[in-house]
Design a protein. Structure first.
Length: 117
């Protein structure tokens, strides 16, 4: 797990906007998932979400067994997200941008596991 500064994640007072930013986070690139070779690398990213609809209640909470996928409670709004990403290691680097205009994003608070009761 990577630890980020406390101000790396921000949520607006009304909960309709959120952002996550990390700069020059040290990671290991293994070229193959779980592969034997690790190379030091770094990544940076900035992602922003903005709700485009109203929040709707989702989940069944403790009305279902804890192993049920619906064992959570949340209030989610459809959202739009945008992001910029970069990374580098010896001999390779990338820069990219993206958004969810042709896909899907949502934003909202959720409780699950021990936080349900």
């Amino acid at each position: 797990m990577v630890e980020l500064p406390g101000d790396a994640f921000e949520v607006s007072h009304d909960g309709r906007r959120a952002s996550l930013e990390a700069k020059d986070v040290c990671v290991l690139d293994s070229f193959q998932f779980g592969g034997p070779t690790n190379v030091p690398a770094s990544v940076s990213f900035k992602v922003r979400w903005e709700a485009t609809g109203r929040r709707e209640r989702r989940g069944s909470g403790t009305d279902v067994p804890p192993t049920d996928p619906a064992a959570f409670l949340g209030r989610f709004a459809v959202a739009r997200s945008t992001g910029s990403f970069s990374g580098s290691e010896v001999g390779f680097s990338f820069i990219g941008r993206g958004d969810t205009d042709d896909t899907f994003a949502e934003l909202g608070p959720e409780r699950n596991g021990v936080f349900l009761p």
